[in-house]
Design a protein around this ligand. Structure first.
Ligand SMILES: Cc1ncc(COP(=O)(O)O)c(C=O)c1O
Length: 437
């Protein structure tokens, strides 16, 4: 009998030792990674289109990031920012503030995860407005802590059986162009969703009781759904009219992914608060809330924070990330990658019966898989898995998204070579060619 591979042995350990609650997008057991390539424990090579779920925009183990970490590791690992300040923390805040649109005075604060940033953005919105209600959207994803779960617009498997959930959270309708209400024309979708929101203020919660509206400028886990044109600017106007804090969640869309540094820039949105995370740390845990100083200064001293938030190692990584973005022009690179991926995805939409939609912004691109294009019935999860596993066999890591789990999305490092990008796309194309609805 052939000896099981190291990966298979370690996968068996994973099953024995690790809670089944944690997702398994692939069965890869990784040993090391560099730029857009991952090597497993048996030496098998993979092109990485998953990018650590959007955390590795500068590529795996970027030499500038690892050098900064090595240097920082010899200097200071941790004091907690509550106990002692250190320059890296302020430098990251300054860099973040400089990138956020809008002329009003801004401040920032750092945390460990996207969920933690979202939790705290909600606290700030409530403290500032002295109101309680928060509105998020269907298909939204903001994290997995109890409040974030409540904000999420997908029930299974995220929320089922895990409640009761946080009170005063309401879900409004997000304009999903591929799946509009029956009979509605695409060009009427923005007006429809805004009309629904006005109705919502009468039937669900009054606008003057709403502390914040939280929105992803492109829905990430929900399936890379780009809102219909004008929707985000209209939300801005509604928030201004009713004194509601507009929280733009850029945790997945940020750091160049969409071909702008922040996705909100595509529609000229000036936010009140922004939540950031993922690619800020190139794999080190760091997140933050950035926004209007008057909102970030509206809580009592000591009300917000945490032991590790913005720890020196993560700050060192984040500062290196900012440098890499500038030196390697990664925002422009995202546009170039996006154009290549879009061309291929659009052609697959014409060619393959299972590809119902091709969409995205910049390098944040996706295809939505269906059993037939007319009914748009989502391709069952098991079939989607078959496609992803076929890619894995051929040496491509690529992950899914969407409320129906039928969206294949690209989050490859923005440093990927054109050769690797095209090779990865060839593998995905081959898997789709084989796929039967
Ligand atoms: C838009 C958005 N917000 C928040 C989060 C939560 O981030 P984390 O998993 O770091 O808690 C995610 C994670 O995917 C996300 O995509």
């Amino acid at each position: 009998m052939p000896k099981p591979s190291k990966a298979a042995q370690l996968w068996a350990e994973r099953s024995e030792l690790v809670s089944t609650g944690t997702a398994a997008y692939t069965s890869v057991v990784v040993d090391h990674a560099q730029n857009a390539t991952i090597w497993d424990v048996d030496g098998k090579e993979y092109i990485d289109f998953g990018g650590g779920i959007g955390t590795i925009n500068v590529g795996h183990c970027h030499p500038a990031v690892t050098a900064a970490l090595r240097e920082q590791a010899g200097k200071l690992l941790h004091t907690s920012f509550h106990v002692c300040a250190y320059p890296g923390y302020m430098q990251v805040c300054r860099k973040l503030i400089e990138t956020i649109p809008g002329s009003s005075k801004k401040k920032a604060i750092l945390f460990n995860s996207g969920s933690e940033a979202v939790e705290n953005a909600v606290k700030y919105a409530r403290a500032y407005t002295k109101r309680k209600a928060i509105i998020s959207f269907d298909n939204a994803f903001h994290g997995r802590t109890l409040l974030c779960l409540t904000l999420d617009g997908k029930y299974k498997p995220l929320r089922q059986g895990l409640g009761p959930f946080a009170p005063e959270v309401f879900h409004a309708r997000f304009p999903y162009e591929y799946r509009p209400p029956k009979g509605l024309k695409a060009e009427d979708l923005t007006a429809y969703c805004l009309g629904e929101l006005e109705k919502f203020f009468l039937t669900e919660v009054a606008a003057e009781d709403v502390a914040g509206i939280i929105v992803e400028p492109v829905q990430g886990e929900g399936g890379f759904i780009v809102p219909s044109p004008g929707f985000l600017p209209s939300l801005r106007k509604i928030c201004d009219k009713h004194g509601i804090v507009l929280i733009i969640d850029e945790v997945q869309t940020g750091f160049g992914r969409t071909g702008r540094f922040w996705a909100m820039e595509h529609e000229g949105i000036v936010p009140d608060l922004v939540t950031v995370g993922k690619s800020l740390g190139a794999g080190m845990p760091i997140s933050g809330v950035v926004g209007k100083a008057e909102i970030l200064d509206s809580v009592a001293a000591g009300a917000i924070g945490g032991t590790y938030g913005g720890n020196p190692m993560s700050c060192a990584a984040a500062l290196a990330v900012f440098d890499v973005f500038k030196k390697e022009k990664l925002v422009e690179k995202a546009g170039q990658i996006g154009a290549i991926v879009k061309k291929r995805f659009d052609s697959w939409k014409d060619r393959f019966p299972v590809v119902g939609d091709s969409r995205g912004l910049g390098a944040m691109r996706a295809i939505e898989l269906v059993t037939d294009k007319k009914s748009k019935t989502p391709l069952p999860g098991a079939k989607v898995k078959e496609i992803l596993h076929a890619c894995e066999d051929q040496g491509l890591i690529v992950i899914k998204a969407g409320v129906f789990d039928n969206v294949i999305r690209t989050l490859m490092p923005l440093t990927i070579s054109e050769k690797e990008l095209n090779k990865g796309l060839d593998i995905l194309e081959g898997a789709l060619e084989e796929a039967q609805p």
